[in-house]
Design a protein around this ligand. Structure first.
Ligand code: SDX
Length: 426
């Protein structure tokens, strides 16, 4: 591998170092490009641009590989828990048994939300989208928990508070949006079981914890926990680079995730499948529309900026759909429809040529439906899962000695200098 690249510009030759990552990913270090040549690069959507070096998550888009701190996501989905995976991502190692127990105790201590926050919830219009509520409420946490002076302590308590409370806050918005009493977390329940308890327990019908659904939720959140420099993670890093508090950076990440091209796709997939079902199950029409350049319709849950093979998370979720529905004796016509749509798309030349495969969002909604999660909360479920990854990536940037304010450049295409024209002369 050559150690540098040469750029010849206006008769001069410039050399830039080549950086090679652990798995052979190769980049040109252009940190001094403008200073040396006066040039900048232009890369809309950053498809060819690395924003940082990171040791947290490795993805190979061509081979459909995903590893957290080197561990294949398939092994974590099978053997780990969401809290253990969160610990791995944030602390760069798996916890010892005692450490994992301590984390569970800390999460219980931090699982309640300040009662005054309920006033905020009660004043959102009932039809408010839970992602807008979650982003606002996470930002509001700074007002309720002022900054500690000791940075290390501040970071640790904020991380625990966020991971524990985000689950309670999500369940609260669900209950309050229905005009139901808020259900408090139970100290004898672990993370995922407690979430389902807070979501679905009612005074008239106590919620019975179903271990199949608890395991499905563990796997769902493990699969969503991190995904290197995606849109929302890059947002958390960029907002955090201004040295704002972590709550504000995470709130920005939640807002970025909300979009239907990103985390909002899981809700859009179910809406798309429901539309197809209402159209008599005509999934071929959806495929034809997705291929029609004059039609802005996209096959939601298909395609990915990095994966040009089957998203490894979608493979696990697809199998989990069958297991969960079978174990709960549930049939969901949308699952059968999704499988037919996938089969038709994967044999269609357009999808083959464009390397379009199901991504994490294509099957995830089926599992969330089986849990009883309302469709408008699907992206909130994604956000809870992604929180450890956002925190780990933010922490990695804070710990980077070269941590700089993120500030991209541009190519200006506006008018050359003009003069102000007084209103009477216009
Ligand atoms: C997530 O980055 C991450 O890691 C994200 C994520 C994570 O864990 O954080 O994995 C989570 O966001 C998954 C993606 C969820 N979004 C969707 O399912 C929405 C539908 N998918 C697309 O909109 C699209 O595939 C994107 C946005 C996901 C990726 O698009 P790119 O990389 O910007 O590619 P593109 O839009 O330039 O498309 C390239 C070509 C185009 O055709 P041409 O003009 O070259 O002929 O592929 C076509 C597109 O029209 N294409 C699709 C398509 N996706 C891409 N055509 C039809 N249906 C689609 N879904």
């Amino acid at each position: 591998m050559s150690e540098n690249v040469k750029i010849v510009f206006e008769g001069k030759t410039y050399e830039f170092p080549v950086i090679v990552g652990t798995e052979g990913e190769t980049a040109i270090d252009i940190s001094n490009l403008r200073q040396m040549t006066g040039l900048i690069t232009l890369d809309p959507g950053y498809a060819n641009t690395g924003s940082c070096s990171s040791s947290i998550t490795f993805m190979d888009g061509e081979k459909g590989i995903l590893r957290y701190r080197g561990i294949p996501v398939e092994q974590l989905a099978e053997h780990s828990s969401f809290i253990e995976t969160a610990y791995l991502l944030i602390n760069d190692r798996l916890p010892a048994k005692e450490e994992l127990n301590q984390v569970s105790v800390l999460f219980n201590d931090q699982s309640l939300v300040h009662e005054d926050m309920q006033n905020f919830y009660n004043n959102f219009p009932r039809a408010s989208h839970p992602m807008g509520i979650l982003s606002s409420m996470v930002n509001a946490l700074r007002s309720f928990y002022p900054e500690l002076q000791i940075i290390e302590e501040e970071i640790n308590i904020t991380v625990t508070r966020l991971l524990s409370k985000v689950r309670t806050m999500a369940a609260m918005s669900h209950k309050i949006s229905r005009g139901h009493k808020v259900v408090y977390p139970r100290p004898d329940y672990k993370y995922c079981a407690n979430f389902l308890h807070m979501m679905f327990d009612t005074p008239v019908r106590p919620y019975q914890i179903n271990e199949t659904l608890v395991k499905a939720l563990e796997v769902f959140w493990i699969l969503h926990a991190d995904h290197e420099q995606n849109c929302s993670t890059s947002t958390v890093r960029l907002v955090g680079s201004g040295r704002v508090n972590l709550y504000a950076a995470i709130s920005a990440g939640i807002a970025a995730l909300w979009g239907p091209l990103h985390g909002g796709a899981n809700q859009a997939v179910i809406e798309m499948l429901t539309d197809i079902q209402n159209d008599g199950g005509n999934y071929q029409r959806a495929i034809d529309r997705a291929k029609d350049k004059k039609d802005s319709f996209r096959l939601m849950g298909f395609g990915h900026r990095v994966y040009k093979a089957y998203d490894p998370r979608a493979k696990i979720l697809k199998k989990m759909c069958d297991n969960v529905l079978d174990e709960l004796y549930i049939t969901d016509p949308l699952l059968d429809l999704a499988k037919k749509l996938e089969e038709a798309a994967l044999t269609d030349d357009y999808f083959i040529e464009h390397n379009l495969y199901p991504n994490v969002d294509f099957y995830s909604g089926i599992i969330l439906r089986a849990m009883g999660i309302p469709t408008n909360m699907f992206t909130v479920m994604f956000a809870i899962g992604r929180l450890p990854g956002w925190i780990a990536q933010w922490k990695e940037s804070v710990d980077d000695p070269k941590w700089k304010l993120g500030r991209p450049r541009q190519i200006y295409t506006g008018p050359k200098e003009t003069r102000y024209i007084p209103i009477d002369e216009r």
